[in-house]
Ligand binder design. Structure first.
Ligand code: ADP
Ligand code: MG
Length: 696
């Protein structure tokens, strides 16, 4: 029987249960999955580069004559082979080698090597290149066509991928169905499509023909690439739409609002809502009145007033006598929301509960009991609120602050929190806006609202970038004069990866230094290692103006709101990402006075770090910053792919392929109209079994 794409990988020669298990990790289960397991990139081993033209950090094939080979004993024993071709010289460095290898590099022999050139102690080096020795000068490169490099996992070599894909490419693929007819595409892209059939495009990617334009393959701009990229992006779009449809077939409680309660709440605020807040508030209110589970993302720059919107939504649930929770990613921010909501709701006679992982056991027990009985309608806290053990009588709404993706884990966690058959409404709020084209493609499953206006009277924060080595003293003086004028100041200590303890230590040391330098000022310290009570105490003092200066780790990153604080110093700003810097800076400029942000940095600065600091100095606009962030970091991180596991591509790259995004939705709509029966197979083809996970 001939092989078909539905057959298991174990049908291929050389694939036993052990290898099949490894492939499973990459979601490669059947032969179709192998066919659609596309190279991540290509190496060009077809051309030989003169050594003199090599650039650091680039890969190339070189041919040269051995001038010298010696074992040196530096920090690590290594074998160095000096190579020269008349245009320049290059060192081959090996840390692992045996005697016979060592002896083989005889002076005068020819060597052909492929590897990445790097800057070494004495000029360029290649570390452990792929190489071969010749007695005569060899001709030409190593391969006659580009070498595909497959994404892989431990224990599955590139060679193995070649063997697997070879077998699949030998199958008769003529009946591979064309699911995306050319006329679905906008005219400008139709030529890509007609240039190659799906089968041809797949073959071209797996086995680039010799003589094909290398740069088009390497930059993924070949017609074969483009047609597959479009198809994959369209498939993703459909898959998101499908999750939306599934959600919309579920039941949520209808939350009828109480206009009197709303009015009482708003008139107590002490300010009037901006137009943008009113509009977004209305969009949310309309959602919650429906019996379809809503999933709305609210984007609004730092300080745009998202908390009020959360409070209004919670109020609507209270009116309907249904439970609701407001969650924040850090305990500090959650505490602040607890304080804010308690203050706003107290006059209305609405009690607010509190739950975080560090809440003392007795208090926790009582809160849990009251949530389970339904006595407590509103709770604020960290993600502890949706953990398994927390039971609700009837949870109808969850609002998540500072999050821009609805995680899979979260959806799973929310099951069983509502009576049979009901799903709670969900609202996420973020200050990291998503560039528009991305939003259209990647938020097709969500509704998005934007608070695109700041409350009146806000003055943009002025940002300066200063080298810490030479001007720290001056910055401390600046802090002193700000405090003398009655302003409050944040001093943010460096981010130390993975270690809350080291971070706390650095903050403690900075606080000691500042206490010595500024004896007249009242200085507080918060970091992640403090007990919740201690943190609360310090934050309260700062909020009430009893402290002039707050030394803090990045625990204050999100949401902290003290309007009188108008100066922020950020140490080692070069280590932080743009989104984080923007968030931190958003802690000042919340009142009506001019605020300042000083970014201290240490040399040397990487190119990315320079770019980030420059962006921060030049703009306060969250949209501009997120676009820059996208360009610098790539979309995966921006969208938080790693947390949710929901977006990973076989061939598309959202940053590289940005120019295609605007046509994806349009193409998908046409296809849905003309060939609706193709949607499901298209999802299966590109997303396949992973999709079940998204819809979990
Ligand atoms: P963010 O969107 O960053 O979460 P917040 O909700 O913390 O912003 O609001 C920032 C500050 O602005 C808070 O002190 C809040 O009370 C205040 N605020 C919110 N809306 C308005 C408004 N319409 N007019 C004046 N101040 C407002
Ligand atoms: Mg906020």
């Amino acid at each position: 029987m001939p092989l078909s794409l539905e057959h298991s990988v174990t049908k291929l020669s050389g694939v036993g249960p052990q290898l099949a298990n490894k492939l499973e990790k990459l979601h490669v289960r059947n032969l179709g999955d192998v066919l659609f397991h596309l190279p991540l990139r290509y190496e060009d081993k077809t051309k030989v580069s003169p050594i003199g033209t090599l650039l650091p950090e680039s890969s190339a094939v070189v041919i040269g004559q051995v001038e010298l080979a010696q074992v040196v004993f530096g920090r690590r024993r290594s074998l160095l082979v000096q190579l020269s071709d008349g245009t320049g010289s290059l060192t081959i460095r090996m840390f692992h080698f045996n005697r016979s290898q060592e002896k083989s590099f005889q002076r005068g022999l020819w060597l052909r090597a492929f590897g990445e050139a790097r800057r070494g102690a004495k000029g360029l080096e290649m570390i452990h290149p792929e190489y071969r020795l010749f007695s005569e000068q060899p001709e030409g490169g190593i391969d006659s066509s580009l070498t595909p490099v497959y994404p892989t996992t431990e224990g599955v070599s590139q060679l193995l991928w070649r063997k697997l894909t070879d077998q699949v490419l030998q199958m008769d693929l003529t009946d591979l169905s064309e699911l995306m007819p050319t006329d679905c595409l906008p005219e400008s892209l139709q030529h890509m499509h007609s240039a190659a059939s799906l089968t041809q495009a797949l073959r071209a990617l797996h086995r680039p023909a010799s003589g094909v334009e290398a740069s088009a393959m390497i930059d993924a701009t070949s017609a074969a690439h483009q047609r597959l990229i479009i198809e994959e992006l369209v498939a993703h779009h459909f898959s998101l739409k499908k999750s939306k449809q599934i959600r919309e077939s579920e039941q949520a409680p209808m939350l009828e609002s109480d206009p009197d309660l709303d009015r009482a709440f708003i008139s107590n605020l002490g300010f009037t809502l901006t137009n943008a807040q009113q509009r977004v508030g209305q969009e949310v209110a309309t959602d919650l009145c429906r019996n379809i589970p809503s999933m709305r993302l609210i984007q609004g720059d730092v300080g745009s007033g998202k908390t009020v919107i959360a409070a209004l939504a919670v109020l609507q649930a209270v009116s309907a006598k249904v439970q609701s929770v407001l969650m924040a990613p850090t305990e500090l921010l959650a505490e602040q929301h607890f304080t804010t909501l308690s203050t706003w709701f107290a006059p209305l006679g609405i009690e607010v509960g509190w739950l975080a992982s560090k809440t003392p056991a007795t208090q926790k027990r009582s809160t849990l009991a009251r949530l389970a009985s339904g006595e407590l309608l509103v709770a604020v806290g960290t993600h502890a609120l949706i953990q398994e053990a927390v039971k609700y009588r009837f949870l109808g709404l969850i609002v998540i602050d500072e999050q821009h993706r609805f995680g899979v884990e979260q959806r799973l966690a929310l099951r069983n929190k509502t009576p049979d058959g009901f799903v709670p409404h969900q609202i996420a709020m973020t200050a990291t806006p998503i560039p528009r084209t991305l939003a259209m493609t990647f938020y097709a499953d969500l509704d998005v609202s934007s608070i695109d206006e700041l409350p009146p009277g806000r003055v943009p924060v002025e940002t300066v970038v200063i080298p810490a080595e030479t001007r720290r003293r001056q910055v401390i003086e600046r802090v002193q004069s700000a405090c003398a004028e009655g302003k409050q100041v944040y001093w943010v200590c460096p981010l130390i990866d993975e270690s809350e303890a080291l971070e706390a230590q650095a903050a403690t040391e900075a606080a000691e230094e500042l206490i010595l330098a500024l004896p007249k000022q009242k200085i507080g310290l918060v970091h992640g290692r403090l007990k919740p009570k201690e943190k609360e105490l310090v934050m309260d003092k700062f909020r009430r103006g009893e402290l002039d200066l707050l030394v803090a780790t990045t625990v204050i990153e999100v949401g902290v709101d003290v309007a009188n604080a108008s100066l922020m110093i950020i140490e080692n700003a070069e280590r932080m990402g743009l989104a984080q810097l923007h968030q931190l800076r958003g802690r000042v400029g919340r009142g009506n006075t001019q605020s300042f942000c000083i970014l201290l940095y240490h040399m040397p600065l990487s190119a990315h770090a320079k770019e980030r600091l420059k962006t921060m100095r030049e703009t306060n606009d969250g949209f501009v910053i997120s676009q820059k962030d996208l360009e610098i970091r790539g979309a995966g991180e921006l969208l938080g792919t790693r947390q949710t596991g929901s977006i990973s591509f076989k061939i598309a790259d959202i940053v590289r392929d940005q120019h295609l995004l605007p046509v994806i939705e349009q193409t998908a709509n046409r296809l849905a109209k003309q060939n609706p029966q193709n949607i499901e197979p298209l999802i299966q083809r590109w997303i396949g079994t992973k999709e079940n996970y998204i819809n979990a």
